[in-house]
Design a protein around this ligand. Structure first.
Ligand code: PEP
Length: 244
């Protein structure tokens, strides 16, 4: 296993000044080495924070258009984010829920991201209802198979999946360690064990150690806890101590 990947999803938070002061504090205080921190800021901060983070942090876009260019008002293309980003989040549950992104659209975006030479982090996970009715596996299967149908098998090893149960996002609830283990091994089985899987959903410095003890996991996707720079640094320190 390589360095754990710990991704901060800032969502639609911070002003540019707040984003820059987070970045300045971070570069002064980030001292651990065997972990890869990734920040996913708003598109409009990518350029300014990348000049502060430099090589200490990789950046991710929170989304991109499936189209490469043209008359698509308000959209952002993969070539526009490429100078700053190594990763792109795709299919986050908030995009699926509030912007009606379908499994097919997520698959098209994944292909666009791969064609640009960037790494897609594909978010998958079941809703509270699906969880209640025991439909986790069929939801994961539909979400993942849509992607695998579009992406040539040769490229499957470039995909990163983030298991993010929708009911765990922002709720303070997390699945148990055996439940996460089971979901991760299910994802790996569907994808022929080719790719890395992250966990996301109410991760904080309080539970990061327990969750990262799952050896199948390649890292974490952190939402609200990543908005506090000291808390995010603490999660990185925990990850680095565990995977030495
Ligand atoms: C997310 O939205 O990707 C996420 C993991 O959020 P939170 O950590 O706030 O649950």
């Amino acid at each position: 296993m390589g360095k754990p990947l710990i991704i901060a999803n800032w969502k639609m938070n911070f002003s540019v000044l707040e984003a820059e002061s987070f970045a300045e504090f971070f570069v002064k205080n980030f001292t651990v080495s065997n972990v890869e921190p990734v920040i996913a800021p708003s598109f409009v901060f990518l350029q300014s924070v990348s000049s502060i983070f430099k090589s200490k942090v990789s950046l991710a876009a929170q989304n991109v258009s499936e189209k490469s260019k043209g008359s698509f008002t308000g959209e952002v293309s993969v070539d526009m984010v490429k100078p700053f980003c190594k990763y792109v989040l795709v299919g986050h549950s908030e995009r699926r829920q509030f912007f009606s992104e379908s499994n097919v659209l997520v698959a098209e975006k994944t292909l666009t991201i791969l064609s640009a030479g960037l790494i897609p982090v594909i978010c998958v996970g079941e809703s509270a209802d699906d969880h209640k009715w025991g439909k986790r596996d069929s939801v994961l299967l539909d979400q993942i198979q849509a992607v695998l149908k579009k992406v040539p098998q040769l490229d499957w090893s470039k995909l990163i999946f983030a298991y993010e149960p929708v009911w765990a996002i922002g709720s303070g609830q997390t699945p148990s360690v055996p439940e996460i283990e089971d979901a991760v091994s299910f994802i790996q089985k569907i994808t022929l064990n080719h790719q890395q899987v992250l966990y996301g959903g109410s991760v904080s410095s309080k539970n990061a150690k327990e969750i990262l003890s799952i050896s199948l996991l390649s890292g974490l996707l952190v939402g609200s806890a990543s908005l506090n720079v000291k808390e995010f640094l603490e999660i990185l320190r925990i990850a680095s101590n565990l995977r030495k």
